[in-house]
Design a protein around this ligand. Structure first.
Ligand SMILES: Cc1cc2nc3c(=O)[nH]c(=O)nc-3n(C[C@H](O)[C@H](O)[C@H](O)COP(=O)(O)OP(=O)(O)OC[C@H]3O[C@@H](n4cnc5c(N)ncnc54)[C@H](O)[C@@H]3O)c2cc1C
Length: 421
């Protein structure tokens, strides 16, 4: 059996790695001349910038991959004991993520704190409920609006009132094994003493992981070779590229939904139409240098706040990256972002970072992603109609969790299923 993989981002690369572990024949095609997809690191004026994900959790799955690839010496762990902040009423407040912070935070009034304790008495998600409705019903207005909503929806750039539980946070809770009270689940986790894996990256950025994966399997991955079309070959598929046609038994698509739709048009037009329904939010990444001296992981900005960035990651502080801070811009935080030149977007975001933190900042680099993050908005109800024909599989962030640990798990599970067939 030969498996054809379309795309060599972290999903495609970790799938190739897992299939090689299962001794399966695999051939992968990547449109760009470098592997990694959105997991991309750059050096600009000597500084490491992460154009996509900023850091990972060092899960056991990731650790064993790092050892397989001989990357242990380049691994860096970050200091995630530092606070995360949220913008509220003109200043930055600590997000209460620990018991100590929950008691001491100024973000919630005493009544707001007490309201959270009622959560175990409330029901699980209700059919048709939005993330906004769920969070308010479970934790009260203050916690929902001041930090829980921004904490979850800020990742995707979609306002909580536009996200349906069943297709967004509900799936994340289910994956984590939470089917009743979130608070009791957190309490059990704290009592069990089980530690959350530390935050990590590599000396030259996360791109070291994808480069390492590519180099380990370079003979099976064709870079600079976009798949132009997928054809049904009766008992398998044909992947059509500029270089010729590759006949495979199974195809795995790791490309974003709009690209997958174009590639599958001739195989299954209904499936292609379903894939076209999924919305993604564009994201602007603006890297700034600043002397901000406060320790922190970053700062969230609730949707609707009067700040023109949706948040920032403080790479200088928790990853010890030389004065580098990453600002995020989406159409919710800056409706004019698509009309702005990179230079203007950089200047605007640096000024907004300064308003947010009080520290002067100047832009170093701007990168835009479109498509960026899956929006997990109401368009995600199309998941109900996503049915792939035999031999065709998706291993992409719209069918599983978008975080890197989720991508690695998804790839390993699929490799196991393909090898059992
Ligand atoms: C801005 C941003 C920040 C993020 N931050 C974090 C974070 O901090 N932590 C975390 O865990 N996750 C984070 N994520 C999520 C995570 O990075 C992504 O979900 C994950 O990297 C997606 O990987 P992928 O391989 O599924 O898709 P992609 O990286 O999109 O890979 C798809 C690949 O397919 C290729 N391709 C496209 N068309 C074709 C074609 N026709 N033929 C062949 N190849 C093709 C593309 O070039 C690309 O390399 C972030 C995502 C974004 C966008």
């Amino acid at each position: 059996m030969t498996v054809g993989v379309v795309g060599a981002g972290i999903s495609g690369l970790s799938l190739v790695h897992a299939l090689a572990d299962e001794d399966e024949d695999v051939v992968a095609f990547e449109a760009r001349d470098e592997p990694g997809g959105v997991m991309r690191s750059r050096r600009v004026d000597g500084r490491v910038l992460e154009l996509g994900p900023q850091r990972l959790r060092l899960t056991p799955g990731l650790e064993s991959m790092i050892d397989d690839l001989g990357l242990r010496d380049q691994l860096r762990t970050g200091d995630d004991d530092q606070p995360l902040y949220v913008y509220h009423d003109g200043s930055l407040e600590v997000v209460p993520l620990s018991l100590r912070e929950a008691i001491t935070t100024d973000l919630l009034s005493p009544l707001g704190k007490l309201r959270i304790l009622k959560e175990p008495l409330t029901d699980s998600a209700r059919p048709g409920e939005t993330v906004e409705e769920y969070l308010v019903r479970k934790f009260g207005h203050q916690a929902a609006h001041r930090f829980l909503g921004p904490l979850y929806s800020g990742l995707y750039g979609t306002a909580p009132e536009n996200m349906l539980m069943e297709y967004s946070l509900g799936r994340a809770l289910e994956n984590a094994g939470i089917d009743g009270s979130v608070l009791l689940w957190v309490a059990r986790k704290l009592l069990s003493g089980r530690e959350t894996p530390p935050i990590c990256t590599f000396d030259d950025g996360l791109g070291e992981l994808t480069t390492g994966l590519y180099e380990a399997h370079a003979e099976t991955i064709a870079l600079d070779t976009p798949v132009e079309r997928i054809d049904d070959a009766g008992d398998g598929y044909e992947l059509v590229t500029d270089e010729g046609t590759e006949r495979v038994d199974d195809v795995v698509l790791t490309t974003p939904a709009p690209t997958s739709a174009d590639l599958l048009e001739s195989v299954d037009a209904d499936l292609a139409a379903t894939l076209r329904k999924f919305n993604y939010n564009p994201i602007g990444m603006v890297f700034v240098e600043s002397d901000l001296e406060r320790d922190g992981i970053g700062a969230l900005v609730p949707s609707g706040a009067d700040i023109g960035i949706s948040g920032s990651t403080w790479n200088a502080s928790f990853l010890d990256r030389d004065r580098v801070f990453t600002c995020y811009v989406d159409p919710g935080s800056d409706p004019e972002m698509t009309d702005r030149s990179d230079e203007e977007l950089g200047e605007v975001a640096a000024a907004e970072f300064e308003r947010l933190t009080g520290a002067a900042a100047s832009p170093i680099h701007v990168h835009r992603w479109n498509p960026g993050m899956p929006a997990y908005d109401r368009s995600w109800t199309a998941m109900d109609d996503l049915e792939a024909p035999d031999g065709l599989h998706f291993c992409a962030n719209y069918v599983g969790r978008p975080g890197i640990p989720g991508r690695l798990r998804n790839a390993k599970r699929l490799a196991g299923e393909l090898s059992d067939d």
